[in-house]
Design a protein around this ligand. Structure first.
Ligand code: F6P
Length: 506
């Protein structure tokens, strides 16, 4: 089941892992405050920049030696080779016998790469041309004012996040709505106020068999049928899927079907035609700019040495905490309302990819894998769970993601918002001693990364999302798990099907 050059060595048997374990014993009592005091260049040395993104990892329980040992471990685990295999289309998704080529969708693959006798670059170019011409016609004809995107999980989170994040760039007169949950209330709330004649539905489902999406699409059809002629209904639907037959059977015209290749996993699909609502809502050029941002992240990940590589360092620090410090959660904190959906997006990306207990050799693993990812938007999260981050018994590493420039500046709001990023990360690291009143004591020494975006643009968002994708790939590689399948979601679905037949018959 594994890749042929893969070595089946348990992590603890690796000398480089043992070196990290021994190193942990020597640094477990380190105080981050003192690291800063002893090394005035720490912030500069532990900050990396790539285009409009700055990654500050100085507030972590790491020294230069920690990083060196982590890089040694990553090299011993074959991270560099594996990274090459990712981009060259090797069958890294071993359980489903296919590559994970989402990066090809943003132009990051060799023009010579063929899969099953089909040239990947040509396929991507053709898909983009189809999205572009559909988008241009959509804007020129102005037939529709509202797009309802029906999809769930990976067929929803990415496009939804991008449309929300960049709504200041939306095309005049176009609104987009996202329908995912099978809950009838979600349907009712989404459709409220929409005019059937003016509404276009996109059904996004790689499998075209996901119950929630199929049911919502059926109800959308009935909603249209109540108001428009049967012969006009098909003109209100398009589909994004790898199951063309099922989409046609549903009633979508073949020319309105956009392909989703089977080498693109659901949670990595926003770069594919699943991003159609992004192009329609924000314009094709902005969709292209998003892809270019992600492409730039691919080049950085692919070509930078491990020591200067943002997603590699993100991944290694996460592994350091998960496996050596036994921290079992990771917090994602976008300090931007526009990035309010980022936490959910990264939750799926991380936990669906790496929430596994079996390795690529089909053996159970005896070390921790994906952390519990949670979070919320700053500053609201400060009034929700920051009490626990500061004074709870668990140490939870957190990523603060912030914009240097506000999207919609207003007086001194943004300065105040940013002051919380600086203040909170400092408070988590420095703590505050209070021996007289223990309830007011802050132990500090709680790690954070800070990711600064110069501004929120399609390019910077593309960079950010692709960096997180690669971070998770790095961790999956080092843990020797397949980050590209998700069998863990199947059992619950099966049992719900059985429960449904019982509920129907009761
Ligand atoms: O949650 C499981 C999952 O398979 C995701 O990986 C995927 O993004 C989602 O369901 C939707 O699947 P589909 O696009 O096939 O409807």
């Amino acid at each position: 089941m594994s890749n042929e050059n893969e070595e089946n060595i348990t992590l603890s048997a690796r000398l480089e892992w043992q070196a990290l374990r021994a190193h942990y014993e020597t640094v477990r009592d380190l105080d981050m405050k003192l690291l800063f005091k002893d090394d005035l260049g720490r912030k500069t040395d532990f900050t990396l920049k790539h285009e409009g993104i700055e990654f500050d990892y100085s507030k972590n329980k790491i020294t230069s030696q920690t990083l060196e040992l982590l890089f040694n471990f990553a090299r011993a685990q074959g991270l560099e080779e594996r990274r090459e295999q990712l981009f060259s289309g090797a069958n890294l998704n071993v359980s489903e016998h296919r590559p994970a080529l989402h990066s090809a969708l943003r132009g990051s693959c060799s023009p010579k790469l063929d899969i099953d006798d089909s040239n990947i670059k040509n396929y991507v170019d053709r898909s983009l041309e189809k999205i572009e011409s559909f988008t241009k016609e959509f804007h020129a004809k102005k037939r529709f004012t509202d797009i309802v995107h029906i999809g769930i999980g990976g067929s929803d989170f990415g496009p939804h996040l991008v449309c929300e994040a960049l709504k200041h760039l939306s095309v005049r007169g176009v609104k987009v709505h996202f329908l995912s949950n099978i809950d009838p209330d979600h349907f009712a709330d989404t459709m409220e106020g929409l005019t059937p004649k003016k509404t276009l539905f996109i059904i996004a489902s790689k499998s075209f068999s996901t119950q929630e999406t199929r049911q919502n699409a059926k109800s959308a059809r009935s909603w249209l049928a109540a108001k428009i002629k049967e012969k006009d209904i098909a003109g209100h639907f398009c589909a994004v899927t790898s199951n063309k037959g099922a989409a046609i059977e549903f009633g979508v015209k073949p020319e309105s079907i956009f392909d989703m290749a089977d080498w693109v996993g659901g949670r990595f699909s926003l770069w594919s035609a699943a991003g159609l609502p992004i192009a329609l809502y924000l314009g094709f050029d902005n969709f292209k700019a998003l892809l270019e941002g992600a492409h730039s992240a691919d080049l950085h990940f692919q070509n930078s040495p491990l020591e200067r590589n943002i997603p590699v360092i993100m991944g290694l620090i996460g592994l350091w905490y998960r496996n050596f410090w036994n921290y079992n959660a990771h917090c994602i904190l976008p300090y931007s309302s526009r990035l309010c959906l980022l936490t959910t997006y990264i939750q799926q990306l991380d936990m669906e990819s790496n929430g596994k207990s079996v390795n690529i050799f089909a053996q159970p693993v005896n070390y921790a894998t994906a952390p519990i990812v949670f979070g919320g938007t700053g500053t609201n999260a400060q009034h929700t769970f920051f009490q626990l981050l500061h004074q709870g018994r668990d140490v939870i590493p957190a990523d603060f993601i912030a914009l240097r420039q506000a999207v919609m500046p207003l007086g001194n709001h943004h300065e105040k918002l940013i002051s919380h990023v600086v203040g909170q990360t400092k408070a988590l690291m420095e703590g505050r001693t209070n021996k007289e009143e223990p309830h007011k004591h802050f132990a500090g020494n709680r790690p954070t990364n800070t990711v600064w975006l110069d501004s929120l643009t399609p390019h910077s968002l593309g960079l950010l999302l692709a960096f997180y994708e690669h971070k998770i790939f790095v961790q999956g590689t080092l843990w020797q798990i397949n980050s590209f399948d998700q069998y863990g979601v199947e059992l619950g679905k099966d049992l719900a099907r059985l429960a449904l037949s019982k509920i129907k018959n009761s």
